[in-house]
Design a protein around this ligand. Sequence first.
Ligand SMILES: [Fe+2]
Length: 101
Amino acid sequence: MLHLASTTDDRWVRRAEAHIDEILLDHAHCEKKAASTALSLIFRYPERPSLMIPLSRLAREELAHFEEVVAILRRRVPATVAERVELFDVAELEACLLAHP
Ligand SMILES: [Fe+2]
């Protein structure tokens, strides 16, 4: 369990359930960005060798998360959309999902 400090509003839960593909897509982008940021930090701070291995591990972990979310999206969205998941930005995929309900 997450042991959150407060309860989650049921309205938020219903709204999230109604837009789960968009949330998953946003999540995929967040995972990809986290991996990219970890890699950028490796290049940006070569004078901090103690960060190299932890950042490398973090990049791999976030890419694994990205792959998991993309796999879920591919099971959920139309094949024509799923084929292009890695290429889309959020706005493009949202538009595509609306066009292919
Ligand atoms: Fe992650």
